[in-house]
Design a protein around this ligand. Structure first.
Ligand SMILES: Cc1cc2nc3c(=O)[nH]c(=O)nc-3n(C[C@H](O)[C@H](O)[C@H](O)COP(=O)(O)O)c2cc1C
Ligand code: SF4
Ligand code: SF4
Length: 269
């Protein structure tokens, strides 16, 4: 809920003009005239020249001066230089680093400003999740091997079965998380999965700017969709979806140049 300080409001009208659902009117001073329409986007907080608008439920120092002076070539350079990391050091991430990643995630825009994504951070229970995921992949592989006809499908099914066997004999084998010390999992209601995916993309870029290694684990995401045991361990409800799993840690690899990408396929109309 937003609050307008009538003492300090100078009646400039900027908040009302930028309030997309039309929840504010300004006569001499601004007023939240239609609170039911407010989606809590905070534009009125952000735009007011005299800080007359505040937002309940968050500490005052949560709002910071806008910071947008990242040169475009630096921004694009970071985006092009981030790589999927599959070699991690064992060193854990400090809490403040994890917090910076979560701050990046929450900064992401969401449809209707729903902000419905929630996050699960996993450290101690990574080995258990790895066992459950590789068991699940083994089962998927077995099922696929009974019906697969395409050579690449057959190869993939065989890989999944082999991974499960190898994990059973070698507890050091980790083809999913690559011994990373941290997972950050993005969970959302079914109707907000795009928001959770976007939040993960923000977080991945923040990880790159913090010189962390980061990997999307699509395999683990697929396993979570198939395994009630994984969802139980993580406390994911019936109406929720595990949308993304980011594997995080300090990288034990570096890339001195960017990787090739296809030219963009663009239609100009
Ligand atoms: C949604 C998503 C899921 C992915 N899942 C996996 C995965 O399970 N295992 C893996 O090793 N890489 C995974 N990747 C990494 C891709 O293989 C990688 O992004 C791609 O090869 C390009 O390399 P780059 O990320 O270093 O630019 C995933 C990437 C995305 C975006
Ligand atoms: S938070 Fe957004 S929707 Fe609500 S009053 Fe402010 S600008 Fe309008
Ligand atoms: S932007 Fe701030 S000063 Fe201007 S009308 Fe709104 S509350 Fe008042």
């Amino acid at each position: 809920m937003i609050r307008i300080n009538k003492e300090t409001c100078i009646g400039c009208g900027r908040c009302a003009c930028d309030c997309f659902p039309g929840a504010i009117t300004v006569m001499e001073k601004a007023e939240l005239s239609n609170p039911a329409a407010c989606i809590g986007c905070g534009h009125c907080v952000a735009i007011c020249p005299v800080s007359a608008v505040s937002y309940d439920g968050l500490p005052a120092d949560d709002i910071i001066p806008s910071e947008k002076d990242v040169p475009p070539e630096k921004m694009l350079g970071l985006m092009r230089s981030r790589r999927s990391c599959r070699h991690f050091k064992a060193t854990s991430l400090p809490d403040e680093t994890l917090n910076s990643l979560l701050q990046a995630a929450r900064a992401c825009p969401t449809a209707k400003n729903l902000q419905a994504t929630r996050y699960i951070t996993v450290r101690e229970r990574i080995p258990e999740l790895l066992d459950l995921a590789l068991d699940t992949l083994g089962r998927i592989g077995q099922k696929q091997s009974e019906t697969a006809t395409d050579p690449s499908e057959i190869r993939r099914a065989e890989n999944f079965i082999r991974w499960r066997e190898q994990r059973r004999t070698d507890p050091d084998f980790d083809p999913l998380f690559f011994h990373a010390p941290q997972l950050l999992i993005f969970v959302s209601p079914e109707d907000s999965v795009c928001d959770a995916a976007a939040a993960a993309a923000y977080t991945e870029l923040m990880a790159a700017s913090l010189d962390l290694g980061c990997l999307y684990s699509g395999y683990f995401t697929a396993c979570a969709a198939m395994s009630p045991k994984i969802r139980n361990l993580l406390g994911i409800g019936e109406a929720e979806r595990l949308v993304r799993c980011l594997v995080l840690g300090y990288p034990d690899v570096s890339y001195p140049r960017t990787a090739p990408r296809n030219p963009p396929q663009v239609t100009y109309l």
